[in-house]
Write a protein that binds this ligand. Sequence first.
Ligand code: SF4
Length: 183
Amino acid sequence: MKLLLHICCAPCSVAIVDKFKQIPEVELGGYYYNPNIHPYEEFIKRREAVEKMADQYQLSVEYEDDCNLEYWKEKLNSEKDIRCRVCYSMRLDQAAKYAAENNFDAFTSSLLISPYQDHELIRSLGEKLASKYGIKFYYEDFRSLFYKGKNISRGKGFYMQKFCGCMYSYSESDHPKKPLYNF
Ligand code: SF4
């Protein structure tokens, strides 16, 4: 199976990449698309971590470098349920489209590893968008791999973010090591 992994960041994707790299029947490709990470400095830190991970796992990754803070400032609803739905849909739509255009059999997403995301919503959007583009959505509950991914990332020195990505999630995060950003 030729499988495209939508990658949101290195810590969320590394354990999934590690898993599929050990299955010879799976030909894995990566697609980094996360336009809702702000500010740009944070976007670059996460992108570089994905590059490092891809290099170490010999994973071919396509990078989409959209990061338009002004667009999101205007469009993003502060209400979490509404804004996350928009954010998931945008990322999964692009990933499904890319997978279909590049002859993948199916796509999946590293978003499915996080216990902090709306897992069932991601699953249903993935299935809906897969059928829109005439491919399959590979669903697996990767959440049991979440801490493995964090441990691998810590061990390999990948950048580990302290908030989900958007400016609202930055304000919501109470992580003591959160970088100082001004939106
Ligand atoms: S909290 Fe995370 S998933 Fe939700 S809109 Fe912000 S960046 Fe996207």
